[in-house]
Design a protein. Structure first.
Length: 323
């Protein structure tokens, strides 16, 4: 099978490309050429911006592409580049996010109403409010599924950690452990709150399955760890792998300074069910959980964010009031 990947050089992309190549698929990636990730020599590179994609279309179609994977569709307008292949390529895979769910809007306060029951499945209700014109995954999914003469598969990713994570989702916990903090303070609001996560390399494997399994055509899939941890459980898991033996201390929001309170309505749980992709495509994590955390820790320490605000003085003041 010949897979054309739009994007593919950042974060999850290289894992997808390597997984496709490992299974003997022909892979072409279309990207700007600004970031040449370490990829197998068998991978074909075509350089260009997405605005120039149409001018490359004839050459790309001459490669007899079987499926197009778009790694970075953020707005409805982005779906136009997938539509260029309609009628010439039978299938497309669109990488989306689990923040499409109504539960996410409830969590961050953009949607009103009762809490949404969890775990969330692919059929759970979606958000209706678009708060950022530059980011609308619900609109992306809707428009992609409506393209004539092109069957689209949607892959919804969780909060992803691992090498290349531009959001450094686990860094603040790792940094505290490295700095020798004996106690890590959490807002008590999240003591039982769950947020679904996944490891980058495994996400690449899931997208590869969605692209190459014929019966994935037209389906929507959540990808995530099968067991969803609470936030304190995440801190303890990182600590176990890192060798940190400290204590997680959950403190009522009322006793925390404003900067240490969570900015979400944690009454809305965000556990997501990933059984469909496991059942239909045989998806399983390829990297053991502790190994994934170890790789994440090592990468985060080697690539710290440019700026991170950790107010240890404020944390110590809170801890002192508890003694």
């Amino acid at each position: 099978m010949h897979v054309l990947v739009l994007g593919g050089t950042g974060f999850v992309g290289p894992s997808l490309v390597r997984e496709l190549d490992r299974h003997g698929h022909e892979v072409t990636i279309y990207h700007r050429g600004e970031h040449e990730a370490p990829l197998p020599q068998t991978v074909r590179h075509v350089h260009g911006t997405f605005a120039e994609l149409e001018s490359h279309l004839e050459g790309l179609l001459s490669l007899d592409v079987d499926v197009v994977v778009d790694m970075v569709p953020y707005t409805v307008d982005d779906v136009g580049r997938i539509a260029l292949f309609a009628g010439s390529v039978p299938r497309a895979v669109v990488v989306s996010s689990q923040d499409v769910y109504l539960a996410y809007g409830r969590l961050v306060g953009t949607e009103r109403g009762p809490y949404v029951p969890t775990p969330l499945t692919e059929d759970s209700p979606l958000r209706s409010v678009v708060v950022d014109a530059g980011y609308d995954k619900v609109g992306v999914e809707r428009e992609a599924e409506a393209i004539d003469r092109l069957t689209t598969t949607i892959v919804r990713l969780p909060a992803v950690h691992g090498p290349g994570d531009g959001q450094h989702r686990l860094y603040s916990y790792i940094r505290r452990m490295v700095d020798g903090r004996s106690q890590i303070v959490l807002d008590e609001t999240v003591s039982g709150w769950r947020w679904t996560r996944g490891y980058g390399e495994d996400m690449g494997r899931a997208i590869a399955l969605a692209a190459t399994e014929p019966h994935a055509a037209g389906r929507v899939y959540n990808v995530a760890y099968e067991h969803v941890l609470t936030e304190p459980e995440w801190v303890r898991a990182i600590g176990r792998v890192h060798g940190w033996t400290g204590e997680v201390v959950c403190v009522p929001s009322s006793e925390l300074p404003e900067g240490m309170r969570v900015g979400i309505d944690a009454g809305q749980d965000f556990a997501v069910d990933s059984q469909r992709i496991r059942r239909e495509l045989g998806y399983r994590e390829a990297v053991p959980f502790d190994e994934a955390l170890l790789r994440t820790i090592e990468w985060e320490l080697a690539h710290p964010p440019m700026s991170v605000e950790l107010d240890y003085a404020a944390e110590d003041e809170v801890l002192a009031t508890l003694r």
